[in-house]
Design a protein around this ligand. Structure first.
Ligand code: 9MR
Length: 576
């Protein structure tokens, strides 16, 4: 199998910001510099120069050159880059290229909602569907859900929330990261100098049914998951009270595609875990401080849940989800929870200012350690979330301590910049197969989030440029010449693994909505479809836009939350 990768000149197919970095990659046999031309839509040459030979790129196995046309700053549409007899896909140069993505990336969450009918008037008729998992036949859940046998003697109402990904499961650990990133996207509008003050994410800006309720729409969307996460907490008076059940999903995997309302399987609560409990504590603490101006009662409910959960986790510090509990849903297992403790203590300290949380977070090995992995943060490694918030959210931390924490963000950003410089495709990650893993597009974007935060903290353009250049890879400057975001770019992923968006299997089912991010190239080939089709792929080629490839091409809330954060940052750079 040889994929059709189109023209050998690889660009960000969405486009470039007028004052931002403009980089491209040429796949060629040439080992000496090549002339390139930037052409307007009418074909006129508006800029030209020479490429830089980069040799054979480890991640793709290709001989490549890079092109830097940052000096050209004039807005336009339908531009192309021409080199070595090839013409790139067209792209724009404009300050507004990311405006629509800012809202499309959040809209994905509405489309993933459980427990509510999806309104076609809001997001398009093809996405309209009845409420899923409200106990209406053939559904069995999620309003009166039993535990797995032997796990508990009660049933819980755990309706609502978002379906995690292409499956029908709902997982507290991953819900935690995704909710954090939506809340952080909002909180950044209060703390970052270039943010537009929240207008773009405020009330009546997004396509959510709660629009026009006096609450910023991105908070409305986050609340849909927060309410679910709160419901996952073990009730008072029960064993392990205050902890959170790790997950709820079907006993057996459901069909592909399958409307949530048509799922006949038994849904079950899985055992509480320390990691899930700390995810609840962290995001409920964020909720308490961010909802306070809009809904004091809800903020108080969140604050109480956060404290109760944190105390329960401290009393039960080593209850781990089983790595083999993966029938009918993902395991989301994690046996290192020092990072979850750090993150939760940080959020509780930022919200309450209480000494006991400061004491815990200061005692954490992560407080002085390096929390920024070169391969990005994810649902399993969350210390960076605490660090980013300690660096950006106002608090009573001593000035010297704040300075140290901020310096750790810029130090990480400097490492990512060095990696971007080393990679011919401009990625902030090493080029070996170990950087291309399940859901890696989320981790790549999370490195851009760290770069963007360094820009927010310092105003140094190099960090903004690093974040922008990272996104070039996501939008098509890659070995496959593929934009990983549905609806964005000339060649984009559109057949992601999903039970909701199963057009490739069933013409009555839609493709994913615009703004849906695919998991990305995964050199470990962890599904039978790619294992059989592309067994010898070089890392960047280990991706197929086919619905059966769940290990390279699934949608997921934690990847779209990263996209949401960075899209909002990018949209704010409209004058860059
Ligand atoms: O994103 C998860 C990835 O880090 C793991 O390697 C993988 C296998 O355990 O699971 C991924 O999460 C999936 C989850 O288990 C079930 N819902 C779909 C998620 C995205 O593929």
């Amino acid at each position: 199998y040889v994929p059709d990768t189109g023209p050998r000149v690889r660009v960000n197919q969405v486009g470039y910001l007028p004052g931002g970095p403009k980089n491209a990659t040429i796949v060629t046999e040439s080992t000496t510099a090549l002339p390139w031309q930037l052409r307007s839509a009418s074909g006129a040459v508006v800029a030209s120069g020479q490429s830089t030979p980069r040799g054979v790129d480890e991640a793709s196995g290709q001989n490549v050159h890079s092109v830097d046309f940052s000096a050209y700053r004039t807005a336009g549409t339908g531009l192309t880059l021409v080199a070595d007899g090839e013409t790139s896909h067209p792209f724009d140069i404009s300050g507004t290229i990311y405006q629509q993505l800012r809202s499309d990336a959040v809209q994905f969450f509405y489309a993933q909602r459980s427990g509510i009918a999806i309104d076609g008037d809001l997001i398009g008729e093809e996405y309209a569907r009845p409420a899923g998992h409200l106990g209406v036949a053939p559904n069995q859940g999620d309003i009166d859900v039993p535990c797995q046998p032997g796990v508990c003697d009660y049933r819980l109402d755990v309706r609502g929330g978002w379906y995690d990904a292409g499956d029908h499961g709902k997982y507290v650990v991953n819900g935690g990261l995704a909710t954090y990133q939506l809340l952080s996207t909002f909180e950044r509008t209060k703390t970052a100098p270039t943010a537009d003050g929240g207008a773009a994410l405020g009330d009546s800006t997004l396509r959510v049914p709660e629009r026009d309720n006096g609450v910023p729409d991105i908070l409305d969307e986050a609340r849909w998951e927060l309410e679910f996460l709160l419901r996952m907490q073990v009730p008072a008076g029960k064993p392990l009270a205050g902890m959170a059940h790790h997950k709820i999903h079907d006993r057996n995997w459901t069909g592909l595609p399958l409307d949530p309302a048509a799922d006949p399987e038994l849904r079950e609560l899985h055992p509480p875990s320390t990691a899930a409990t700390l995810n609840l504590a962290a995001v409920a603490a964020q909720c308490a401080r961010l909802f306070a101006p809009y809904d004091a009662a809800f903020a108080t409910r969140c604050g109480t849940a956060a404290k109760t959960a944190y105390a329960a986790a401290k009393a039960n510090p080593a209850r781990y989800a089983s790595p083999t509990d993966s029938n009918g849903g993902g395991a989301y297992d994690d046996t290192t929870v020092t990072d979850e403790f750090y993150w939760a203590a940080a959020e509780l300290y930022l919200t309450t200012g209480e000494q006991k949380y400061l004491t815990d977070l200061t005692a954490s090995p992560h407080h002085t350690g390096d929390v920024f992995d070169v391969r990005g943060f994810s649902w399993q490694g969350v210390a960076a979330l605490g660090r980013l918030d300690l660096a950006t959210v106002p608090s009573g931390l001593p000035a010297a301590e704040r300075t140290r924490l901020r310096a750790s963000v810029t130090a990480a950003a400097d490492r990512y910049l060095a990696e971007i410089g080393d990679q011919a495709y401009g990625l902030p990650m090493p080029g070996d197969p170990g950087s291309y893993f399940w859901g890696g597009n989320g981790n790549i974007i999370n490195n851009a989030v760290v770069l963007a935060t360094a820009f927010d903290l310092t105003g140094a353009a190099k960090y903004r440029d690093g974040a922008v250049q990272t996104m070039d890879y996501i939008f098509g400057r890659n070995a496959l010449n593929m934009s990983y975001v549905t609806g964005y770019g000339e060649q984009h992923a559109k057949n992601q693994h999903s039970r909701l968006f199963g057009n490739q299997k069933d013409p009555n089912s839609p493709n994913p909505p615009a703004g849906s991010l695919a998991g990305g190239a995964n050199a470990a080939l962890q599904d039978p479809y790619v294992a059989q089709l592309i067994p010898d792929c070089k890392p960047q080629f280990c991706f197929v836009d086919h619905i059966d490839s769940y290990s390279t091409n699934e949608v997921a809330i934690n990847w779209n939350s990263a996209l949401t954060w960075i899209a909002s940052f990018l949209a704010d750079q409209d004058d860059a």
